[in-house]
Design a binder for this molecule. Structure first.
Ligand code: AP5
Length: 195
């Protein structure tokens, strides 16, 4: 299966993508994790992305599309993949369609997690205290949310128009949300959209 997680910062995309990856046996590909590990390693990609990420802005479409092109062509992604954090703009979504055209099955489903903004802010403040992620500072959280509404939220309509979007309530226990995801994927399977 080829699955995308959509949703605002802190909605649980990473948490659920990792769990779903274990259930399906396909890799969870987090562009945020790839960038953070590049920053830690001090690689050219990390040097390019660091300041942008710390400001809560988006890294350039060209850089992200090239990164995903290479990653989804890796052998471990040949049976499917779960994208967490990509696409984030309509340009990235259009580029993904081109990359996938004529290269195996299309997307199976786009899982759109929704969580109220006050809960998001609480979750990310909690993570800031526990883990000290550099973009979880209060002012950066607000900027990440602003950027999400402006550039990423329109993707819900983009994928709804392609009959791929499943809205998932992202509130509750992690296992409860996983169950909702499995139900949404079962619907996608029964409607013949999966491979
Ligand atoms: P990225 O790492 O993708 O950050 P994000 O989208 O802001 O997502 P988060 O990791 O904050 O949240 P999440 O939805 O994954 O939730 P999580 O499971 O972690 O991107 C970071 C930056 O990289 C971007 O700002 C940008 O600069 C750059 N970037 C990345 N991709 C890009 C792209 N395609 N284009 C351009 N730039 C890009 O959960 C959050 C917290 O909540 C955790 O502490 C977790 O334990 C907790 N939690 C999870 N589920 C629950 C639950 N059910 N109940 C209570 N707590 C929960």
């Amino acid at each position: 299966m080829r699955i995308i997680f959509l949703g605002p910062p802190g909605s649980g995309k990473g948490t659920q993508a990792k769990l779903l990856s274990e259930r399906l046996g396909v890799p969870a590909i987090s562009t945020g994790e790839i960038l953070r590990s590049a920053v830690r390693a001090g690689s050219p990609l990390g040097l390019q992305a660091k300041a942008t990420m710390e400001a809560g802005e988006l890294v350039s479409d060209d850089l992200m599309i090239a990164l995903i092109r290479d990653r989804i062509a890796s052998p471990d992604a040949s049976r499917g993949f779960i994208l967490d954090g990509f696409p984030r703009t309509v340009e990235q979504a259009a580029a993904l369609e081109k990359l996938m055209a004529g290269n195996g099955p299309g997307l199976s489903a786009v899982l759109n997690l929704s969580v109220p903004e006050a809960v998001i802010v609480d979750r990310l403040h909690g993570r800031s205290r526990d883990e000290g992620r550099s973009d979880d500072r209060p002012e950066t959280i607000l900027e990440r949310l602003r950027v999400y509404h402006q550039k990423t939220e329109p993707l819900a309509d983009f994928y709804r128009g392609r009959r791929l979007l499943a809205d998932i309530n992202g509130m509750g226990d992690v296992s409860e949300i996983s169950d909702r995801i499995d139900q949404a994927l079962a619907v996608a399977v029964s409607s013949g959209r999966t491979a």
